[in-house]
Design a protein around this ligand. Structure first.
Ligand code: 13P
Length: 252
């Protein structure tokens, strides 16, 4: 069985100095406690290399927040999958709500990115979830199905060959950075729905892990993790504060 996952998405925050200090604190905690789950930190791309040097040979894995949709070539400002691999990146986010709604990326961007990552043997953490409007209009499951259908249809060949290269992260847009989270009943029902939907696409997908993200704190982490089919947490704000992130890692 795969390990549970705790991932910290630092987004576009911090300085080199604060990122190194945060990493060192997490590293210290990991060395002391030897967690049985997978711990992933996802810093801004410019800090990936110095952080890789710090966590080298430790239990902490490195994630990137973004990848180019293209292979190496004339794409000014982009960072390719092979460059991420070369820099020691193990995981990469795709489809995060901030990239969907602020940067205006779409499913065709995501599908190219998923391919580039799988080609370079980097695990994809694919984020999806409904907006507040969708939630209020009781369209959560409809939106989830639509987003998952596009992911699994557009990347059918590579995902069928490498299902273990995909991790799903359900992040309701209205729960990100707001302090709001779905009720326990909603979480049970939504995660069951995600699991069933994915299994219906193909039996090969049965072991794909599903994370929850959106306003995770040390106070709600353990009850979230107790929810059936939640295999881990994708943490934003709380992952920027060493004590909070370590507390979350320690409570599960
Ligand atoms: P918060 O934990 O700050 O709500 O962010 C969640 C998130 O977007 C992780 O990718």
């Amino acid at each position: 069985m795969s390990k549970k996952i705790i991932a910290g998405n630092w987004k576009q925050n911090g300085t080199l100095k604060s990122s190194i200090s945060l990493t060192k604190k997490v590293l210290q905690a990991v060395k002391k406690k030897k967690y049985t789950h997978e711990i992933i930190i996802i810093p801004p791309s410019i800090f990936l290399l110095p952080i890789k040097d710090l966590i080298h040979k430790s239990q902490i894995k490195l994630g990137a927040q973004n990848v180019s949709a293209f292979n190496d070539g004339a794409y000014t400002g982009e960072i390719s999958g092979s460059m991420l691999k070369d820099s020691g990146v193990d995981y990469c986010l795709v489809g995060h709500s901030e990239r969907r709604h602020i940067i205006k990326e779409d499913e065709s961007d995501f599908s190219s990115k998923v391919s580039r990552l799988i080609d370079n043997d980097i695990k994809v953490i694919y984020c999806f979830g409904e907006t507040l409007n969708d939630y209020k209009n009781k369209k959560t499951k409809l939106i989830i199905k639509r987003q998952l259908k596009k992911l699994f249809f557009n990347n059918k060949n590579s995902l069928k060959k490498h299902p273990s290269k995909l991790i799903l992260a359900y992040e309701p847009v209205w729960a990100i950075g707001t302090g709001l989270i779905p009720s326990p009943e909603e979480l049970v029902s939504t995660f069951k729905y995600i699991k069933n939907t994915v299994n219906k696409f193909d039996k090969k997908y049965a072991s794909i892990q599903i994370l929850y993200g959106g306003s995770v704190t040390p106070d709600n982490a353990s009850s979230l993790m107790d929810t059936e089919h939640i295999d881990g947490l994708l943490i934003g704000g709380a992952s920027l504060i060493a004590k909070k992130f370590i507390d979350i890692c320690s409570t599960i």
